[in-house]
Design a protein around this ligand. Sequence first.
Ligand SMILES: Cc1cc2nc3c(=O)[nH]c(=O)nc-3n(C[C@H](O)[C@H](O)[C@H](O)COP(=O)(O)OP(=O)(O)OC[C@H]3O[C@@H](n4cnc5c(N)ncnc54)[C@H](O)[C@@H]3O)c2cc1C
Length: 434
Amino acid sequence: MTGARRKICDVAVIGAGMAGMAAALFAAERGLSCIQVGNGGGILYASGLLDFLGVHPIAERRLWRSPYQALPALAREEPLHPLARVDAPSIRAAFASFVAALDAAGLAYAHLGEENRRVLTSIGTVKTTYGVPRTMIAGAEALLARSPCLLVDFRGLREFSASQIVATLGDRWPGLRHRRIEFPGYEAVPELYAAHLARALETADTRARTIALVKPLLGDARAVGFPAVLGLKRSGEVHAAFEAGLGVPVFEIPTMPTSVPGLRLLGALEAAVSARGVRRRHQATVRALAFDGDGGTATLDLNGVPGGERVSARAVVMATGRFMGRGLTADRGQVRESILGMPVHQPASREAWHQHEFFDPSGHAVNRAGLEIDDAWRPLNAAGKPAWARLFAVGSILAYQDWMRSKCGSGLAIATAWAAIGQVVRELNGSAAS
Ligand SMILES: Cc1cc2nc3c(=O)[nH]c(=O)nc-3n(C[C@H](O)[C@H](O)[C@H](O)COP(=O)(O)OP(=O)(O)OC[C@H]3O[C@@H](n4cnc5c(N)ncnc54)[C@H](O)[C@@H]3O)c2cc1C
């Protein structure tokens, strides 16, 4: 790669999904210079809800009221699960730091306590999660109290149906009602998109007209739920205007992916890491990664930067995700790690990847494939030793976890990023002192 620009940093983060964002954020907060490579990963598809640990054991589908109480059981029964390697005080600190950064970027979350919360989904099921955006929290409270509640949707918005939610939940929540209204200004538009409505509601006039349509429908409702379209970049302001205008708590319910809350989360994380000086290469990918001796530097060659770019880093955090993020790829025979070809923990043969039944409660073994690590979050080579002294791995690329079934996607990303960045700091400080 002759002629490519050369950049130097303390830590290069490969990946900009939830784990890569958390790693870049924590690295910058610890005073490390950081270059981050990769696009938004799964964040765009996320609901804005930050899962921590909802289900354990997976096969029993046991739901936990407190993720912190679930942790000791996880550590006892699945000691290799990455979340079991992080202590509770570190997880508290990681979440606090993460949501404070989101808050400062304009995306506020309700107070994080010791317990999970239960929230409505767009199909009327109930989801166990941990971090709930402030615009959604009144829904968790209304669901808990089963108080009289009005759900409103908009004609033409296909990704959300209030009547379906009421049909699914109504027998367990008798005071739940729904009404459909026209979205002001879009009466002649056959099909509506959530992101367009969210942007439209950032104008005061559209807000006022929407509130005026809903107010006469309130009846005995003590809370009103909407699809998650209450603003894109200024959701706090739009949500507050709806509560003031309607005089009752208002909440959003995430729509199907890609959803407005996913867009908000991605926007807020991009703003948060940029504000902390992280140099983002969001159109780029790492084409090659090489190491210069054990205590030396890593060299990353990037694609997708005009003219090419070469990054020299004292440490590297790999947050490249699984199959969707492309951190892992699978051919007919086996699962591979895509940048360095590091060994991947996986079932012995392809026949063992999946159960016969797709909905088998114990999940599929291939969904626990990933990198094995040592106690310092360093991926292991074929000899079972750290592949390189300053290569760390975080998030869903790690082995021994099925984040989708455990409902631990964001918690896994945030907690492992926190712990690994702690190791990066120790490693780099140690080398500076020696
Ligand atoms: C549909 C859906 C819904 C979800 N809903 C929720 C939810 O409600 N609550 C929750 O907590 N979590 C949710 N999640 C999970 C969460 O958003 C994360 O996807 C998950 O935690 C995995 O994050 P990750 O950062 O490990 O990997 P990914 O999100 O997969 O990110 C991988 C990153 O690596 C980058 N990358 C890969 N290879 C390279 C390379 N060679 N060079 C540079 N970059 C590279 C990709 O560009 C990407 O940025 C959801 C995910 C999906 C897909």
